[in-house]
Design a protein around this ligand. Structure first.
Ligand code: NAD
Length: 353
């Protein structure tokens, strides 16, 4: 059945992957609502922008009237909420924007979505979903072993993860108190095409390409469970369409890597795909720098529930996904060059103590 899906944050990294997938792989219609902060780019949606099933509205989720007007006009069957401030380092430098968008923005959206949902007929209310997209960082840090599952306790450590944890709690409360049919997903670190070059993988690819130093926080021993963004987009659409109301689903790549190993693999791929005799072996550009304050040691996901209930598992290994990602950055300079020049050049963020 053709559905109408409103995607907040659809001009961002993961949101744009979801929107491209909706247009290329489903019959559904999509309305993107995005404030186009530093992290949002309409260039990430250029490949689908001409499709008659796609619409874009420039709006802020904190503006209740604008959001209510879009809900009344578009009449979605599903709201997928991805709009957020998403970078831990920026949350250390300036937590206010994280409180505003991730917490106040999510509660504002919940209020207007609740009013909209109450106005639907019984069948519409039953079929509706508010899908809140969140992170595994809400569970805090793991030691050497163990995995996060859906019942893991919330122990957020950074201003970013605290703001996401707060938003998860509000979403849960709107289900239990008002009966809004919500579903939450908590995902591990994503990587892939259209990733804003402030995060480890795209920053390292571009610095390696340009022969610039490759900063690695601390000793590079922190472990993340990496997931290719298009695998995440597939999981998100399954959860939005078939996830059980009131439930949460953990999503992960089963691909744990130490940061230093990630950087070394990128160096080898860039050396192979873009050899530069003037630069030499990219590994020589690695520099260990002061660690991120409060840096969580390890995140890893048990994705058994989504595999059992919805039949999802990642298609890409870390090796295949990373190769595709490096190739994409080499082939898509017109996407990242304006960002590197005008929005963010790669300087250190979040070092404050
Ligand atoms: P992103 O920073 O690339 O994109 C965020 C988007 O939200 C941007 O397009 C931005 O313009 C928009 N936005 C920000 N504030 C807004 C506001 N007030 N109103 C409307 N739009 C606004 O983020 P991402 O990496 O694509 O992450 C998307 C979601 O997934 C976030 O909720 C994030 O917490 C979550 N998540 C991310 C990861 C990851 O590895 N990137 C992992 C798990 C979960």
């Amino acid at each position: 059945m053709t559905k109408r899906i409103l995607v907040t944050g659809g001009a961002g990294f993961i949101g744009s992957a979801v929107v491209r997938r909706i247009i290329t792989e489903t019959p559904h219609r999509v309305l993107v609502v995005d404030a186009l902060t530093y992290a949002g780019s309409l260039a990430s949606l250029a490949s689908v922008a001409g499709d008659a099933r796609y619409e874009f509205v420039h709006a802020d989720i904190c503006e209740a009237d604008a959001m209510a007007a879009e809900l009344a006009r578009f009449r979605p069957d599903i709201v997928m909420h991805l709009a957020a401030e998403s970078h831990v380092d920026r949350s250390i430098d300036g937590p206010g924007a994280f409180l505003r968008t991730n917490v106040v923005g999510t509660v504002t959206l919940l209020q207007v979505v609740l009013a909209y949902w109450r106005g639907l007929d019984e069948a519409g209310r039953g079929a509706f979903r508010f899908h809140h997209i969140s992170t595994d960082e809400v569970f805090g840090s793991l030691g050497e072993d163990g995995l996060f599952h859906e019942e893991s306790a919330y122990k957020p450590n950074s201003p970013y993860s605290a703001s996401k944890a707060a938003s998860d709690h509000f979403v849960r409360a709107w289900h239990h108190t008002y009966g809004l049919p919500v579903v939450v997903s908590n995902c591990s670190n994503n990587y892939g095409p259209y990733h804003f070059p402030e995060k480890l993988i795209p920053l390292t690819i571009l610095n390696a390409l340009e022969g610039k130093p490759l900063p690695v926080y601390g000793a590079g021993e922190n472990v993340r469970d990496w997931l290719y963004v298009e695998d995440h987009a597939e999981a998100l659409l399954l959860i939005a369409e078939r996830g059980r109301a009131g439930e949460s689903y953990n999503v992960g790549g089963g691909a744990e890597q130490r940061n230093i190993e990630v950087v070394r693999q990128i160096c080898a791929l860039v050396d192979e795909m873009a050899p530069a005799p003037g630069i030499g072996a990219r590994e020589k550009l690695i520099r260990f720098v002061t660690d991120r304050p409060g840096h969580d040691l390890r995140y890893a996901i048990d994705a058994g529930k989504i595999r059992r209930e919805l039949g999802w598992q990642p298609r890409e290994s870390f090796e295949s996904g990373l190769r595709k990602t490096v190739r994409w950055y080499l082939d898509n300079r017109d996407w990242w060059e304006p960002i590197r020049k005008r929005v963010y050049g790669g300087g250190r963020l979040g070092a404050s103590v």
